[in-house]
Ligand binder design. Sequence first.
Ligand code: PMP
Length: 459
Amino acid sequence: MTQLTNMQVRDIEALVHPYTPQHRIREIGPLVVEKGHGVWITDSQGKEYIEGLSGLWCAGLGFSDEEMIEAGIEQLRKLPYYHLFGAKGYEPAIELAESLKEIAPIPISKVLFASSGSEANDTQIKLAWYYNNARGKPDKKKIISRVKAYHGVTVMTASLTGLPNNHIDFDLPVARVVHTDCPQYYRFGLEGETEAEFVARLAASLQALIEREGPETIAAFIAEPVMGAGGVIVPPDAYFAAIQPILAAHDILCISDEVICGFGRTGNWFGCETMGYTPHTISVAKQMTASYAPLSAVLLPQFMVDALDSQSAKIGTFGHGYTYGGHPLGCALGVKAIEIYKKRDVVGRVRAMAPLFAERIRRLEEHPLVGNGRSKGLIGGIELVADKATKKPFDPKLGVGGQVNAFLQNRGAILRAMGDTLGLCPPMIISEAELNELFDRLEGALNDGEDWVRRQGLR
Ligand code: PMP
């Protein structure tokens, strides 16, 4: 282990790092980031890295967009804070809501703001319950999510998240949450099963789950178009088309969690457009402001807004809202980010870069460590395996994904290891040369990883 810098020691003494092995933080040594430019970040010792995950799948315009910075400063000068409670408003919130209504892939009546993706999804669940109470279906309250989904970390959204690390010792999931299958053919397809058969099996399994639980007890189904933190899982093209009629037949709301996929990431404004389904409501966050400030939102259809109206009439108010929900700084930055996405044709840019991105991921599949590569637009992942032929994973305790990620960091690029899957989600402004550089560094790190695996005697 190299000597820790003074800044790293201060960091360790003062901070709890999320999603970090707390007991090993000294050994790992925090990467203290000082500044960013374009798709690059610089650490406190002056070393530069390509940010291949846009921070946490969110900094879609990179780290130094002057138009964004100016828009933020202007808003801070004018009105640094206000709120939307008690019938208050301000133009950036109005303008952003109008803009979201215009780009949404489904008819949207109104927008309800929050600050984080977790809050947006938590709000979705509360509204699904509220809606079913409003229409006299008080027993219709369960939510179906999927194994390996990621919807956040509040008590409810961590319950919806289908990953053991988010449940173990947090006493989760809570009641009313049921998980259905993960649509990853590579990992969960059976021996000899075609992709079409896999999709048919998952649809039948969802149908069986609904019948078992009782459709009259199920309020909603929540899904990411492409699953992110569960390991960048791209469902088969036919998946959503197969399950959507089952949800519709049982009067189950479809919530699209577009927290990662929204705003161009998959090559359309929204991931549900890319994956071919029509949700009733949508959660957005992250790239909405390109993450220059925190902000999230729930996009609501008319019938849900009607339910808010009728319940308010009954009890006198709508008892929900966050102090920072629709913060003026976030809203001003959201307005500006969407304006930039439009005028620089970010969707077109993602589409133009997607073939190179997919081709470089496909090439990585030839590497001895890589069992599977997948991508959609500019989001992708590679899954490391002990045996390519049998798809046998490494023992998770070995931390092979984390090890390769550490080698990559040494080589000057940042990705995210989710178990033994490395996620790629570079800022949508990345140039062709920078994208190639990111993949060259990743190839180097995989070679380092292969040497390490052999030195450890793991093959
Ligand atoms: N939904 C999805 C699809 C996400 O990827 C995330 C965060 N990675 C969340 C919800 C939660 O967002 P936040 O961390 O802002 O609460």
